[in-house]
Design a protein around this ligand. Structure first.
Ligand code: SAM
Ligand code: SF4
Length: 349
């Protein structure tokens, strides 16, 4: 296992928390914080093997989830202090009622200049145009296999035809760029990475391969199933020849490549073998109103309490600043640390 890329900076000094009125763009380690990943719901219409247990998934009671008004208050407050990019995720964001209305409000929030969504694509055929009209710019669609039976097995019930129809609808609606996410799991789909990568020969998409992470509720999928990026690259190059490295946009955790002759690109997201903590620019808002400061650590700061306790926008901003300042340096997977308590769908992947 490769250790964290650079040494952890000195301990945070809470006295140095930026004061109200300052536009906060950096955490205690100097990393600019510009990206809020918002979980619209912990519910989902699938049960992917690496994300949720087959049965017994516990969902938060409805009254614990942020209402639309509460969620928008957090968006407005965070946009005022430098969060300009919002990604809607979950659970499955498209199962949230009135999702297009929420997108419209978020996209029109002063300070927000980019609204994206990560979705399993099942409902996209119906929603893509409305989402685009509401201000959504782009989508990442999760697709781990191109084989119908296997796709159904990995997602425990998903129909690949619906996802394809969703991807086509997203393209027709002008959501761009389209990125496809595939979590690579040994014994499930590592024999398909070359076929998934080959989609970039005929489509201007980015196909992204993600290392499976050890989150709560999915047993030993990670320990037995991890396929490192190095191995995935090897499998792709064996069929398609050497990949050409490209420069990734600033803040993008993916390492980006192109296959010879391809019109699209390939991204590799390697949280386990090559952590990108040193340039992490994001925090997460869970559907039940916690700021999750690092995906793989349990540190959270409550914003729902502020909202429901009569706090105003300044109180909310203070709480977000406090959360940003407390953001841990990085995850500890290389040291064997595991987060506990919440699965991926409960955090907002
Ligand atoms: N339901 C939507 C979807 O599947 O795209 C959005 C939420 S899902 C939690 C966000 C992303 O996290 C998906 O691309 C999914 O494949 C990925 N993911 C889920 N569990 C994971 C795990 N244990 N390790 C790595 N990626 C995971
Ligand atoms: Fe649902 Fe997405 Fe998790 Fe699959 S990865 S179970 S689609 S939240």
């Amino acid at each position: 296992m490769i250790a964290l890329p650079i040494a952890v900076p000195s301990t945070q000094d809470e006295r140095a928390i930026p004061k109200a009125g300052e536009r906060l763009t950096r955490d205690a380690y100097g990393r600019p914080m510009t990206y809020l990943r918002i979980s619209l719901t912990d519910r989902c219409n699938l049960r992917c093997v690496y994300c949720m247990p087959a049965i017994g998934m516990k969902f938060a009671p409805r009254d614990e989830l942020l209402t639309d008004d509460e969620l928008l208050a957090v968006v407005r407050a965070s946009a005022k202090i430098g969060f300009s990019k919002m990604r809607l995720t979950g659970g499955e964001p498209t199962v949230r009622p009135h999702v297009a209305d929420l997108v419209r409000e978020i996209a029109h929030t002063p300070g927000v200049d980019d609204v994206a969504m990560t979705t399993n694509g099942l409902l996209l055929a119906r929603l893509a145009q409305d989402l685009k009209d509401a201000g959504l710019k782009r989508v990442n669609v999760s697709i781990d296999s191109l084989k119908s039976d296997r796709f159904t097995a990995i997602t425990r019930g998903g129909k690949i035809e619906k996802v394809w129809a969703g991807i086509e609808a997203a393209e027709a609606a002008g959501l761009s760029p389209i990125k496809l996410n595939a979590v690579v799991v040994r014994g499930q789909n590592e024999d398909e990475v070359a076929d998934l990568a080959a989609l970039t020969m005929t489509h201007p998409w980015q196909v992204r391969f993600i290392e499976v992470m050890p989150l709560e509720g999915v047993g030993t999928v990670h320990d037995e199933g991890l396929v490192t990026t190095a191995e995935t690259i090897e499998l792709i190059e064996r069929d398609h020849g050497e990949l050409e490295p490209l420069e990734a946009p600033l803040g993008d955790p993916a390492r980006v490549y192109r296959m010879p002759g391809a019109i699209g690109t390939i991204g590799f997201i390697s949280p386990v073998s090559q952590p990108f903590c040193s340039f992490c620019n994001r925090i997460r808002l869970t559907a039940d109103g916690k700021l999750r400061l690092c995906l793989l650590r349990n540190d959270e700061v409550d914003v729902r309490d502020i909202l429901r306790g009569g706090g105003d926008e300044n109180d909310l901003i203070e709480q977000i600043r406090y959360g940003v300042w407390r953001k841990p340096w990085g995850h500890g997977l290389a040291e064997g640390d595991r987060n506990t308590g919440r699965g991926m769908s409960q955090i907002g992947g």
